[in-house]
Design a binder for this molecule. Sequence first.
Ligand code: BTN
Length: 221
Amino acid sequence: MKWEIKQFNSLVSTNTTARGYPAGTIVMAETQTGGRGRYGRVWQSPKGNLYVSFVFESDPIRDQYLSFLTGLALAESLPEFDVRLKWPNDVLLDGKKVAGILLENCGDKIIVGIGVNLISNPTKNMLYPTANLGAQLSPIGLVKRLMIQYEALFDVFEKKGFKKIRARWLDLAVGVGDSISVHLPTEEVMGIFEGISMEGALLIKQGKTVRSITAGDVFLI
Ligand code: BTN
């Protein structure tokens, strides 16, 4: 895929600006004044970290797997770090969140927003413990690595399908076989993290029943 990179000093949110660009655009900002995370949470965006959105053409087969492809692309862009993945789309270092991914649909496009704590991480009132990568990478350096990893993973996805991507994702996943708690809007589900379905849902075992969950916040117990 041929990408065009647009760099800005300050934006409300790279995901919002990306909506106005065609597929194949990468929108980066040094800082965001209204960075957002999943479920409308605030994504604090001081200078020095990575705030980027990739604009993809919607693809009915690939879209549901884009968060796994992105998590893997990020992990594989950071070979010098022992990063792990947490369902649905967090990247962890030493069990602490270093990056988050926010997918948003926009007509016939899908925007993949990625925030990576390169030099700093928020500490107050966070849902999860956080960490940063210790200033070893520049935002543009990481975006270039991401472009390469996306290309390689899309190729694997086209040739081998989600089965192969799922296996690679699970190799890096935290908590498989362990007790987890999943916070849903109206309930908390506890059980053993069994794996990921072929549709990308989280599988949680409760006694003899395996329940499939499509959205929620996972906590390792
Ligand atoms: C999450 O873990 O809740 C997802 C966080 C996604 C943050 C990124 S930063 C770049 C892009 N622009 C935004 O406003 N959000 C995403």
